[in-house]
Every structure is written in C-alpha cells, then in structure tokens.
Design a protein around this ligand. Structure first.
Ligand SMILES: Nc1ncnc2c1ncn2[C@@H]1O[C@H](COP(=O)(O)OP(=O)(O)OP(=O)(O)O)[C@@H](O)[C@H]1O
Ligand SMILES: [Mg+2]
Length: 244
C-alpha cells in the first residue's frame, strides 16, 4: 500500500477548479519534487494531504486513513510533517520550547526526552548553539532550519515541504538545502514543492509537473531532465523560464 494515495480529488475555490480529478500515489521512501507554474495547485495539494484544506470530491488516504474523516487528522499530521515557505516559530517561546511543545503535548513525551531529542535535531540542522534564542534573534534561514527540526521532532514518515527556501537569499537557501540533502541521504521521505532544480537533480528520485490542476508528467528524475525535457516543449519552456 502506498503511504499517500490521492484518489480522484477535486478541489474548488468558488468557480475555480484547483485540483481537477487529481490522482497520485507516494511511497514510503524517496524524494519527490513537485513543480509547475504559479497558481497551479501545488500548495493546495500539500494542504489537502495534510487536511488543512477540505476536498470537494475524491479521497486522500495517508497510511490508509482518510482526510475526509476529521478524527484522522491528528494522526495524518503526525505521519506527514509540513514546513511552509515562511514558517512561523512561536515568538513567545525560545527555540528549545518551540521544538519540545508538540511532542510533550501530543505524544506525551517527557520533558527530558523531548529536550534530548530537540538537541539531537538542533545539532543536525547546525543550530546547537541557538536553543535559547527567540524568533527575532534568528535569520530567515535559521528559522527554516528550526522549522525542519520541529517537524522532525514528531518522527513523521514523510515531510511535506512547500517552497521552504523561496524567501531566502542564495546563501541561506544553500544552508537549508544542505539539511534536506542530508535528510534525503538518511532516507527521510519528502514531497517538496521547489524551483531549486539543482536540489532536484541532486536528490530527487521522481519529478511531478502540474499544470491547471492536473498532473502533466510523473517520471524519474533522469527521464525528466533527459527525454521529457527534450521532447516536451511545455516543460522545456518552463525549465528555461526558471533559469534551468
Ligand atoms: N483559500 C483560498 N481561497 C481562494 N482561492 C485560493 C485559496 N487558496 C488558493 N487559492 C487559489 O487556488 C489556486 C492555486 O493556488 P496554490 O496556492 O495551490 O498554487 P501554487 O501552485 O502553490 O502556486 P505558487 O507557485 O504561486 O505557490 C490559485 O489560483 C489561488 O489563487
Ligand atoms: Mg504555492
């Protein structure tokens, strides 16, 4: 069974059909990069998988649990950790408390265990020295790295990442992508919306191209940057447009 099964999903905002009878499956491993023009439904798809948007038709199963049943949402969000473009870490708490809050509250982890785990992940994202810092004392790149660590604290089976580097300068982008590259090497399953094609080339196993609420292409990375790019004028144009 796939970890995430998106089955004939339609999502509308008023008259606008954002996901149009959309189906796709994701396994328990590998990095999938989702690309496509602006307004095409990429963020909406991730938000629907995590139960942050209600779908109008179809179903999404995460480890067999349907997003259409409200009772499943807590478990679904534990299975799929999500990080957004500009993730807000809670301003009234220091970094350590930001990381330990959910595991203590939702997983009933002891404070000591949660703090050990938080320090482990802070070290992983290169921010061991920042555990007492607050939101306004951190750079944008550092905040995103904290957000990744915070998502990992819940031991998710997959990370849903929505353009998490797009508000960062090139240096900070590289810092954050390096973290993702390392996580990918450790086998963390990721579904990433990103236009960072160097990252896609480095770690993606699969590339999805979406347009107009439909999946236009679902292929391996090698096929995408090889035959698909050569033969599909639309995709070639899009890649040229984003400077690839
Ligand atoms: N809450 C909402 N209410 C109304 N329309 C919305 C809402 N959220 C998204 N939309 C519309 O749905 C469409 C798809 O939005 P979405 O954010 O999924 O696109 P995207 O592919 O992530 O684009 P981008 O690359 O710019 O982030 C857009 O036209 C957007 O304006
Ligand atoms: Mg988006």
């Amino acid at each position: 069974m796939a970890m995430i099964e998106v089955k004939n999903v339609t999502k509308q905002f008023g008259d606008l059909t954002v996901l149009d009878n959309f189906s796709v499956d994701f396994d328990h491993s590998g990095v999938t990069v989702l690309i496509g023009p602006s307004g095409t439904g990429k963020s909406t798809l991730l938000r629907c998988i995590n139960g942050l948007e209600k779908i109008d038709e179809g179903d999404i199963l995460v480890d067999g649990l349907s997003v259409n049943n409200k009772k499943n949402l807590k478990q679904i969000r534990k299975t799929c950790g999500m990080v957004f473009q500009q993730t807000v870490i809670f301003p009234h708490m220091n970094v350590l408390d930001n990381l330990t809050m959910s595991p203590i509250k939702l997983l009933r982890m002891s404070k000591a265990e949660a703090e050990d785990k938080a320090r482990y992940y802070l070290d992983k994202v290169g921010l061991a020295s920042k555990e007492k810092s607050r939101h306004n004392e951190l750079s944008g790149g550092e905040q995103q790295r904290i957000a990744i660590a915070r998502a990992l604290m819940m031991s998710p089976e997959a990370l849903l990442l929505d353009e998490i580097t797009s508000a960062l300068d090139p240096e900070m982008t590289r810092e954050v992508l390096n973290i993702l590259v390392n996580l990918a090497k450790e086998g963390v399953c990721m579904l990433c919306v990103t236009h960072e094609m160097s990252f896609a080339k480095e770690v993606a196993s699969r590339i999805l191209f979406m347009e107009g609420g439909k999946l236009v292409c679902d292929v391996s990375k090698d096929d995408f940057f090889g035959s698909v790019r050569e033969e599909n004028e639309r995709i070639n144009k899009f890649l040229s447009f984003i400077g690839e």
